[in-house]
Design a protein around this ligand. Sequence first.
Ligand code: AHG
Ligand code: MN
Ligand code: MN
Length: 332
Amino acid sequence: MHRVTLTQYLIEQQRNYGKVSPELRLLIEIIARACKAISHAVSKGPLAGVGDAVGTHNVQGEAQKKLDVIANEVLVEANEWGGHLAAMMSEEMATPYTIPHRYPKGGFLLVMDPLDGSSNLDVNISVGTIFSVLRCPEGVTEPDEKAFLQPGVKQVAAGFAVYGAATILVLTVGNGVVGFTLDREMGSFLMTQERIVIPEDTQEFAINASNARNWEPPVKRYIDECLAGKTGPRGKDFNMRWVASMVADVYRILSRGGIFMYPRDAKYNDGRLRLMYEANPMSFIVEQAGGAATNGRQRILEIQPRALHQRVGVILGSKNEVECVTRYHLQA
Ligand code: AHG
Ligand code: MN
Ligand code: MN
């Protein structure tokens, strides 16, 4: 069976819609190549000590795993020489990484979570890589933190790879959402999902219920109503899933619908997930697939970031459910 490769898809987006410049195509292909290397490293499991802690902590005080550090290095090394980037930033780096002077600089900023869900590494559950692409502001030659602080609506592309039973790359360049599966023999990403659309309704929710005592009333109300099932106010039974790897939870929602929530609560006052490299790229993808994403009160993509590693409450997925939870927040 003939399948469209990632390269072919990007060239067609460039030709037919003017969506992808050669520079952006290079950027996305380099990220895809880095994801192949990370996928290979992840698949070695305990043989390569992938889940081992390295004794260091990232800027948010989280213990770094060996593979958090490797994945970050792979992405930085792959992206610094191509001439397509002005700078990059990552969960694993406190400040932006500027392109070394020996390389040409390009017009894009890359924002990434090199390894999402890394606490799942030692138990062999799916992890992934999330990325977001912004334009470097006009006239800025030495981008600092401020250059990155753009709302999610400014993203020109976003995507994530999930290293599960299969390695899958999900991508949007602002023209719908497509999925590619890594063909390990060929070494290429082949299109397996041509147009991903999230069903508007769902009977499946994802939330870490161990935080229930800390939830705000609108979240508590929504989950209570789901749990009440057929005889409750919603009149239908709900199922629950929580992988604890956002990439895997969001991939499931893109595949069959659902709502994902990591809301702000009494413990995580600003939410647990990070705006720039988790919430924004995932919200862009989810909206492009016909879903919705809010922090309970506001569309995530419209939030003006104040800091690189800022956190945010996240409610995303099937449109009608996200609107329901958001309505509960606005009524409260
Ligand atoms: P990371 O591994 O990049 O720090 O992100 C983990 C995130 C996200 O993937 C997941 O949804 C969430 O943390 C899980 O949090 P809990 O362990 O609190 O359930
Ligand atoms: Mn993450
Ligand atoms: Mn991470």
